[in-house]
Ligand binder design. Structure first.
Ligand SMILES: [Zn+2]
Length: 100
């Protein structure tokens, strides 16, 4: 396992992504200054913030672009992303339905 840098990771997600970075991405989506691409929309898991639903993986990926300057493709949705979000005091729920 490489050391230094941000490779102090939990389940492939850099731990230096904090709640504030995720809130920034959420605010951008909420204000339509950042559009969630169709393939990134929630199909199963939703991060719920102020009664609006967001795709957890996309939020984490965009937060990583902000914090570490690159997109992350090596992590998976579901359990690890949910745990990561919940540790940052976000509510994640299984929702499903049409991508949103
Ligand atoms: Zn939802």
């Amino acid at each position: 396992m490489p050391e230094g840098r941000y490779w102090q990771q939990v389940n492939n997600i850099p731990v230096n992504i904090k709640r504030e970075h995720m809130l920034k991405v959420i605010a951008q989506i909420a204000s339509d200054s950042l559009v969630v691409p169709p393939r990134e929309r929630s199909t199963r898991y939703c991060l719920v913030h102020e009664e609006r639903h967001y795709p957890p993986k996309f939020v984490v990926r965009m937060a990583n672009v902000d914090v570490n300057g690159e997109e992350l493709w090596t992590f998976h949705g579901g359990g690890e992303t949910d745990t990561f979000c919940e540790k940052r005091q976000f509510k994640v729920m299984v929702h499903g339905g049409a991508p949103h």
